[in-house]
Design a binder for this molecule. Structure first.
Ligand code: GBH
Length: 532
């Protein structure tokens, strides 16, 4: 059955040479030598050097958890091994035409399914406090629901235990986009409310198995993004009767119900664990000080962060501007559903990579709202990553790799953003920056290893981002943790391996890992500022 399903829906997959768990080896001290500072010592000697002193009014609290993040399909490989069933991403990478750059797949990826001991040893050697990874749902339930695969459970038993052995706190995400393929084909995946009991059962198995070993949990990663991938490319999955333009909103609805259901199951089993959802977004800067741009900014909050954060943190229901649109086709939450959703996150976990400018559409907000063929409908806000023309038209910050056009180093807005989250959604357990990172421009074009390891844009991103968090903390924002994306270069979804987010370079032929300069820059923030 397992083999048949793979053959019919995915076809042949590549297999790594190393296909049993590898014992770790000590990390040589020569690999832990930090690079020269970002501002190289001047030549000739004797010149003035830029001032780099410690700001004595900044600190990370002792219990601030910091570390690195990954996601199952992006790093694990071993896709067919030990009973794993196919996920929609195995189908998308193998079958969907022109879906992924270079037709890259996650078949082998970083082979972390077998190399995790060394990966944990490497970050532990630098004092890292936390490793955030996701569990592959189809390793636990190869067919999404029904029979549990013991081999999958045992794999994560050992991954979690290895983290503890090295003094690294494991942080677990249950769902990072790798939906068991069968659930998409049998009822449309997140488009159907049938997903709620299936996700809850998966979550129940995970919480009961590891609730005593994992303190911090995320149910799902970035529903804004994975709901935005609906409609899935035509022809690879069973059709659904929901009109294509409504699909992402149905997905969001079932996400909120599934998250809330899983949250309450987890808290009933282990009241002291922290369970939240990872949302994503960025600070929204009004392009001008016009009232139309201010309204556009509010609409952008409502259709992005607010879509999930308002129901979860404010009142169990959507923001009004969003509701005005979806109430024509989505069911209302019942009072019981709202009560379950409201207050079902222990912290506000946000993947906050960047910031953008927002402004009113050319047709005006009202003009856009009255015309459903306006390309900006139904959000009816416009966005840009450059200042207004009369403000010079400059980039909001240095650009990332061209393969990540959405991303800039816009760290100046991070303190304001963190204040905004705290003031707007008032999370009781504080805020975690649950992913942030930078795609060094043109990194995949580099061929000399020393050039790859020297990543100045990513390094300055981490330095300035951590200083921004320190500023926010010093101003009273309760930031409790940060997770840098990513522990290693990995499968960047549609961009394949062409866009790099790792703080470690991976030679994908030998699977050797090498620390980049940014790894040391990030760690240095804690060496300098964390209370002991
Ligand atoms: C994270 O999302 C993901 O959780 C992670 O898996 C991924 O590897 C990492 O980012 C790096 O990309 O191309 O203009 O349509 C970050 C938020 C939101 C960023 C969707 C990319 C697509 C913008 N993502 N966005 S566009």
């Amino acid at each position: 059955m397992h083999t048949d399903v793979w053959n019919v829906f995915v076809g042949p997959v590549s297999v790594a040479e190393v296909n049993t768990t590898v014992a770790p080896t000590p990390v040589p001290s020569s690999e832990l030598v930090p690079p020269p500072p970002l501002y190289f010592a001047p030549f000739p000697r004797g010149q003035q050097v830029p001032l780099q002193t410690k700001n004595e009014s900044w600190s990370f609290p002792r219990d601030f958890w910091w570390g690195f993040a990954s996601a199952a399909y992006q790093v694990e490989g071993a896709v067919k091994d030990e009973g794993r069933g196919p996920s929609i991403w195995d189908v998308l990478t193998h079958r969907a035409t022109n879906f992924v750059v270079n037709n890259d797949t996650g078949d082998i990826a970083n082979n972390q399914y077998y190399l995790y001991k060394q990966d944990i040893a490497r970050i532990a050697a630098a004092g890292t406090k936390a490793y955030s990874f996701s569990i592959s749902w189809s390793r636990i339930f190869p067919f999404g629901s029904g029979a549990v695969n013991e081999a999958g459970l045992r794999h994560y038993d050992d991954l979690i235990q290895t983290c503890h052995d090295y003094g690294v706190e494991p942080i677990v995400t249950l769902y990072h986009w790798d939906l068991p393929m069968i659930l998409q084909n049998s009822y449309g995946g997140w488009l159907s409310d049938k997903i709620v009991p299936d996700f809850t059962e998966y979550a129940r198995i995970a919480f009961s198995r590891w609730g005593g070993k994992v303190r911090t949990w995320f149910t799902m990663n970035e529903p804004l993004v994975f709901c935005g991938t609906y409609p899935l490319p035509n022809g690879y999955f069973k059709n659904t009767s929901i009109p294509t333009w409504q699909q992402k909103y149905f997905c969001g609805h079932n996400v909120l119900l599934s998250h809330a259901s899983a949250y309450h199951v987890g808290k009933a089993l282990y009241p002291n664990i922290s369970i939240s959802i990872k949302t994503n977004g960025g600070y929204k800067v009004p392009l001008t000080n016009s009232s139309a741009d201010a309204e556009a900014v509010q609409r952008a909050w409502d259709f992005n962060e607010g879509w999930f954060a308002n129901p979860l943190f404010i009142n169990g229901d959507y923001p009004q501007s969003y509701k005005d649109y979806v109430s024509a086709f989505l069911p209302d939450f019942t009072p019981e559903q709202s009560a379950l959703i409201n207050d079902s996150c222990d912290i506000f976990a946000h993947d906050a990579y960047t910031s953008s400018f927002y402004f009113a559409p050319d047709a005006g907000i009202d003009g856009c709202l009255a015309n459903s063929s306006n390309p900006l409908y139904p959000g009816c806000f416009n966005s840009s990553n450059t200042y207004a023309t009369d403000a010079g038209g400059w980039n909001i910050g240095p650009a990332a790799d061209p393969g990540a056009p959405w991303l800039h180093k816009a760290t100046d807005w991070v303190p304001t953003f963190l204040h905004y989250i705290q003031d707007t959604w008032k999370p009781r357990g504080g805020i975690a920056v649950s992913e942030f990172g930078m795609a060094e421009p043109f990194e995949s074009l580099k061929t000399i290893r020393a050039d790859i390891l020297s990543d100045p844009v990513r390094s300055s991103y981490y330095r300035d981002y951590m200083q921004a968090i320190l500023i926010a903390i010093s101003e009273g924002v309760n930031v409790v943790g940060s997770l840098a994306w990513s522990i290693v270069d990995n499968l960047e979804w549609n961009q394949g391996y062409s866009v790099k987010f790792g703080v470690q370079y991976v030679n994908l032929t030998t699977q050797e890992r090498y620390f980049k300069a940014s790894f040391f820059e990030y760690i240095n923030a804690f060496k300098t500022y964390q209370e002991q």
